[in-house]
Design a protein around this ligand. Structure first.
Ligand SMILES: [Zn+2]
Ligand SMILES: [Zn+2]
Ligand SMILES: [Zn+2]
Length: 268
């Protein structure tokens, strides 16, 4: 089973519109970061996508995606769900199962209200089967996350904080995917025990109120004890090469690297 990084960039993507900084004008494809999203290909040939950002159509064409069997949503910010309409090509016969936290489902219904109205057949709209993950009380240590079976694989929702917002990470076997996050509650660290591969949002070196920065991401990776860590949701402050250099000086001996669009990671 493998996970492909479809996008490794922060909410505005890199290059940023109108920006002439060295990263945004770089010719290195690793500095071209579409909005953060990932595709899981299971051993039985099923495909499951985590988040569907505004560049989904371009990402799907680039990665030659020909089918999607299920969608996992981390949260409802625009950079994570505004490509949902483009799933319509995959929902002609069966509504797309979309797994998300309950309040996120409400946001999807509001943002894509036209998709839930009765219209004539062939109306050019996507069909969703929204499946809520009950996480409203996850701030309490009593929260008990249960694995769900999607595409024949077990997936465990990992509740985390994105500023004050409660969002979901996802664990598949010993690989965990946590994008926009600024704090992991103790109860979720328990759910992450044994994680070997961590894909973690880390915006930049400077602090941010709703995202981990690089030093915080290192702390999280060390605490979880992941063997391999890949940083996602990267902004334009640093090039791929500069992040590698920063990590070489600040995380010596650890296998932590910036992800890039198209990177394929074996799920273990
Ligand atoms: Zn985001
Ligand atoms: Zn820039
Ligand atoms: Zn966000």
């Amino acid at each position: 089973m493998e996970l492909e990084i479809l996008g490794s960039g922060t909410s505005h993507g890199v290059p940023v519109i109108g920006c002439t900084c060295p990263v945004c004008t770089s010719q290195d494809p690793k500095n071209n970061r579409m909005r953060t999203s990932a595709l899981i290909r299971t051993d039985s040939g099923k495909t499951c996508i985590i988040d569907v950002g505004p560049e989904f159509r371009i990402q799907a064409l680039r990665s030659k995606i020909t089918s999607i069997d299920a969608v996992l949503i981390t949260h409802s910010h625009a950079d994570h769900i505004h490509g949902l309409d483009d799933l319509r090509v995959f929902t002609r016969d069966i509504p797309m199962p979309v797994y998300a936290e309950s309040s996120c489902i409400q946001d999807i219904k509001y943002r894509f209200s036209y998709a839930f109205r009765n219209t004539a057949r062939g109306g050019g709209k996507p069909h969703f089967n929204l499946i809520p993950i009950p996480c409203s009380s996850f701030a309490h240590s009593s929260f008990n996350s249960k694995p769900i079976t999607i595409c024949g694989i077990e997936v465990l929702p990992i509740p985390v904080y994105h500023g004050k917002l409660c969002v979901l990470g996802w664990r598949i076997e010993n690989t965990a995917y946590i994008t926009d996050c600024s704090q992991i509650p103790e109860s979720s660290y328990k759910l992450l025990e044994g994680t070997k591969t961590l894909i973690l949002g880390a915006l930049r070196l400077r602090p941010h109120t709703t995202h981990f920065n690089f030093p915080q991401a290192l702390e999280v990776s060390n605490r979880i004890g992941a063997k391999n860590t890949y940083l996602i949701h990267l902004c334009h402050d640093f090039s791929h090469q500069e992040i590698c250099e920063w990590l070489a000086s600040n995380a010596a001996g650890k296998k932590i690297e910036p992800a890039y669009d198209g990177l394929r990671i074996t799920i273990q």
